[in-house]
Design a protein. Structure first.
Length: 375
């Protein structure tokens, strides 16, 4: 036994779990088939956002955003943390009413947010189409470059001396206190944590994880065009589509002056290729909100796969009947960066028997009855 905990996955969730466990004095080995900060961590936008599609999502995302704000002073320039805020944009009266409802929900929880009418919205973000009905600005939402933060957590965080990272190590199988590598080597530890996103299905075939493919595009440098992370109010509905292809407006100002444009969701493919019809549809949607977008130079597009559960919440805690004795931190869909730090806190609290800051029951695997099998 070389470690107290074996963590499979060196993305932002696995890195956060390793750092939290190491900070508690546990020796942690992190195994990843590729390297630090790959997979969905490298493909995503790095938006740290409070979401309120359900009480459990609100509790987890808010708790984790607070943890990110605490961590921010420790991060480096290269980690590109910026408290830019989120601006939810209402295109019409129905979405304006949705913004009002979101504001009421946030206000009830003490989350700083402000309604903007059409004039205030235009003053706040002049590049938006003048036809927009208004918006909701959430003050402390942020952005970060997650791949480098994963590296910081594993190599520079307070417990990093207790962490050993083994890149290029593929895991073939797991059980309660042991993992078997692709080359047949067996490693043992008191605890095994599976935190490698969609690849977790290769180790635990019964996990109810479904891939959601997404496209992103980054532009050339256009400093100051937008100041907030911009999302349409229809994004929440789009994010939880259960089939087909959907797009929604999502734009992020990068510290470099570039714009990162999203987003799309597909269920009918696991092909990582950039699909031009989907990308075109996504950009056409974005141009309704940012009319100057077609005049900008897009320099790169790519895709990634979110690991989604049937109810949109991650699985954090014991794998139960799926793999007795194994721990899970998977299924974060598009909120892996946002909820990574809170995931680590909840997992560690369960593992060592501490009290968690928020209830962990909504995220347990047992809620699925261990009967859901992904086909």
């Amino acid at each position: 036994m070389t470690a107290d905990v074996l963590v499979i996955g060196a993305g932002i969730v696995g890195a956060a779990c390793a750092a939290e466990l190491a900070a508690r004095g546990l020796r942690v080995d992190v195994l990843d088939a590729h390297g630090i900060g790959g997979g969905a961590t490298a493909a995503g936008m790095g938006h740290i956002v409070v979401m309120n599609d359900s009480p459990a999502e609100l509790a987890l995302s808010r708790y984790s955003r607070d943890l990110w704000l605490e961590l921010a002073p420790c991060l480096r320039t290269r980690d590109a943390f910026a408290r830019c805020g989120t601006l939810w944009v209402a295109e019409d009266e129905d979405e304006w009413q949705a913004a009002r409802a979101m504001h009421a929900a946030f206000d009830a929880q003490g989350i700083a947010a402000h309604l903007l009418d059409a004039r205030e919205l235009h003053e706040c973000e002049p590049a938006l189409a003048p036809s927009m009905a208004g918006g909701l600005r959430v003050e402390h939402d942020s952005i970060v470059y997650a791949p480098t933060v994963a590296e910081w957590l594993l190599t520079r965080s307070p417990g990093a001396s207790h962490i050993c990272v083994r890149p290029g190590v593929a895991v073939r199988s797991v059980d309660a206190a042991c993992v078997t590598l692709a080359d047949g080597e067996r490693l043992s530890a008191a605890h095994v944590v599976v935190a490698n996103g969609l690849r977790a299905r290769e180790l635990l075939v019964a996990l109810p994880l479904q891939p959601k493919k997404g496209h992103l595009l980054i532009t050339d440098r256009y400093p100051g065009v937008i100041r907030h992370q911009l999302l349409e109010l229809g994004y929440i509905k789009s994010a939880h589509h259960a089939c087909g292809t959907s797009v929604a407006f999502n734009a992020q100002p990068r510290p470099t002056g570039q714009l990162l444009i999203g987003s799309s969701r597909q269920f009918d493919t696991t092909d990582p290729v950039v699909e031009m019809p989907v990308l075109a549809r996504m950009l056409q949607r974005a141009a309704r909100y940012l009319p100057m977008l077609p005049e900008m130079n897009g320099i790169r597009a790519w895709t990634g796969f979110r690991a989604a559960t049937p109810d949109g919440l991650p699985v954090i805690g014991p794998a139960g009947e799926w793999a007795p004795g194994v721990w899970l931190a998977v299924g974060h869909e598009g909120l892996g960066v946002t909820t990574s730090l809170a995931t680590a806190k909840l997992l560690a609290a369960q593992m060592v028997g501490d009290t968690a800051a928020i209830p962990f029951e909504p995220y347990l695997a047992a809620r699925f009855g261990y009967e859901v099998v992904h086909e």
